[in-house]
Design a protein. Structure first.
Length: 542
């Protein structure tokens, strides 16, 4: 057997294994609901081995794993996904969930950063994995090397696979996704990596947490892999502060239910409190509990438990810039399935949607239409990870956890970030010149080389730095991959224990100094599983 044939067989073997390791069932599994309780129905005081604040992307796999041997309480401020099935359990809800008016109970909590950028936080069991675009891709090697966490890479791989064999699917490419894939390759984003969950420079199709029937399978379904009799999930439970005993040791959580009653959940000997409330919620709860910068805590009259100037600092968000093209033919709505990854961590993805407009008279490029008109909109998204610009999070209220803190990300404050946006959007401009994109042009349309843009178009002169920088600044928004506030080495150690305290960890995106891979959800779910296994091993060793 020749060496070339061996290489080909090896490639096929490994790629086939990767496909076979994915989920095969497309039915929702609501078994976890046996362990879900409204907080109003729980005792005012109770003990557990582990208390997890936040039943989100990291919190669910963390809880499921720890429940194998110990009693676990999860405190989730949102409701269960079944409360909003059309918004969080189908692809059809991915846009609506982000646009829904926030009444204080919606699964996506809106907030606006001090940069003036609208954003959302997950507020539902399963966290932001229940309101995102479903894209699933593992972290890049640079993330592991620079994270400050002590990794066992074999255990990392096993943790990813534990997630993937339950909730990750290989998508069937829709028309717009196929066009984008061809355009990326024509524009030089190579090699063609086919289907892969790995972080690979070039163009690839990645996994989805949506199956091919359009059903979402988020982190919440990982609870089913736990020992449900050892697991209690309290929904509509707002964690208000960490209870500390002597020597800054966490001993429990004070939380309130929807009727305003106060509960105390305490941990048993050798137990721990684990914050998995996200990059906004975890630093906020530390600050409310007296762990943070002395001047800030003093200004809010919060008693200091452990002084740490880094809590709430180094908040960063991956900037997103897009162009929207009105398609001259009907496109199915699609979430991102394809990504182009460059060597300096620019990412190009795409989505498509159907938007309805009403026009009282014939519209310029559809002159025979009056009244309601449905437009298929093809969107190209550019983002980059690891921005050098960062900001901070601060309390607004020290009395009410429901009052969101303020946060500033300082997009493009570092000129290197702006230069990366320019490089990424120039690549988008190159894609528009490819043969693959010809199908998106409208016949006899003047200007913009035949494309009809909905909203801003790229500058005509892509080589003009000033014009490209102005485009990046004027169109910047979020891709919802904000992180920081509890960084490894500054707020937590390499085992994610909170520095200056005992029996307290943080396991979520607030520990990240960069958002891993194309989308962080895969890595967050992996870390939930990975850290929980390590905790079980540590405890067994004692």
């Amino acid at each position: 057997m020749g060496p070339l044939l061996l290489i080909v067989l090896s490639y096929l073997f490994h790629h086939q294994l990767e496909v076979l390791a994915l989920a095969t069932s497309s039915d929702h599994d609501f078994s976890y609901m046996k362990s879900v309780y409204n907080a109003t129905n729980l005792p005012l005081k109770e003990e557990y081995d582990y208390i997890i604040v936040g039943g989100g992307t990291a919190g669910c796999p963390l809880a499921a794993t720890l429940s194998a041997n110990y009693s676990v309480l999860v405190l989730e401020r949102g409701s269960a996904p079944l409360s909003y099935p059309q918004l969080v359990l189908t692809t059809d809800g991915t846009v609506d969930v982000l646009l829904q008016e926030d009444d204080g109970k919606t699964p996506a909590q809106r907030f606006i950063s001090e940069d003036g950028i609208a954003n959302v936080r997950g507020r539902v069991l399963g966290g932001s994995s229940m309101i995102n675009g479903g894209f699933y891709s593992r972290a890049d090697d640079q993330f592991y090397n620079q994270s400050g966490i002590h990794w066992d890479m074999d255990a990392v791989k096993e943790a990813y696979q534990w997630v993937e064999d339950t909730i990750v699917f290989q998508p069937n490419l829709l028309v717009w996704q196929s066009i984008v894939r061809e355009a990326l390759l024509e524009a030089g984003v190579d090699p063609d990596n086919g289907f892969s969950l790995q972080h690979l420079v070039g163009t690839k199709t990645s996994g989805l947490t949506f199956d091919n029937e359009g059903k979402r399978h988020g982190a919440v379904e990982l609870l089913n892999k736990g020992e449900l009799k050892n697991l209690k999930v309290a929904i509509e439970a707002y964690a208000e502060r960490i209870i500390f005993s002597s020597k800054a040791s966490a001993s429990g959580i004070v939380y309130s239910d929807s009727m305003g009653r106060t509960h105390e959940a305490l941990i048993r000997d050798e137990g721990e409190v684990i914050l998995s409330a996200g990059a906004i919620g975890s630093p906020q709860l530390l600050l409310l509990s007296g762990v943070g910068p002395l001047p800030h805590l003093s200004s809010h009259k919060v008693p200091v438990v452990s002084q740490n100037p880094n809590v709430g600092n180094f908040m960063a968000d991956n900037p997103r810039n897009i162009i929207n093209i009105v398609a001259p033919f009907a496109l199915d709505a699609s979430v991102g399935q394809v990504v182009g990854i460059t060597s300096d961590f620019n990412y190009i993805e795409a989505v498509s949607s159907v938007t309805s407009f009403s026009f009282p008279q014939p519209f310029s490029f559809y002159p025979n239409n009056t009244g309601p008109l449905e437009l298929s909109v093809a969107t190209i998204v550019e983002k980059f990870s690891g921005p050098l610009s960062s900001g901070s999070l601060q309390l607004v209220s020290s009395a009410d956890v429901k009052v969101s803190p303020t946060v500033r990300f300082n997009y493009f404050e570092d000129p290197k970030d702006l230069a990366r946006c320019v490089r990424g959007m120039r690549l988008v401009g190159d894609m528009l010149k490819t043969d693959a994109m010809e199908r998106l042009k409208l016949e006899d349309l003047e200007g913009a080389d035949g494309f009809k843009f909905l909203g801003p178009s790229l500058p005509r002169n892509l080589s003009d730095d000033a014009s490209m920088e102005a485009f990046c600044r004027s169109t910047v928004t979020t891709i919802w991959h904000y992180h920081g506030g509890c960084l490894v080495g500054k707020v937590v150690d390499g085992d994610l224990r909170v520095l200056g305290t005992n029996s307290l960890r943080v396991v979520d995106g607030s520990i990240f100094n960069t958002s891993p891979g194309t989308n962080p959800q895969a890595t967050l779910m992996m870390i939930g599983r990975y850290i929980a296994l390590r905790m079980l091993q540590e405890r067994a060793a004692k």
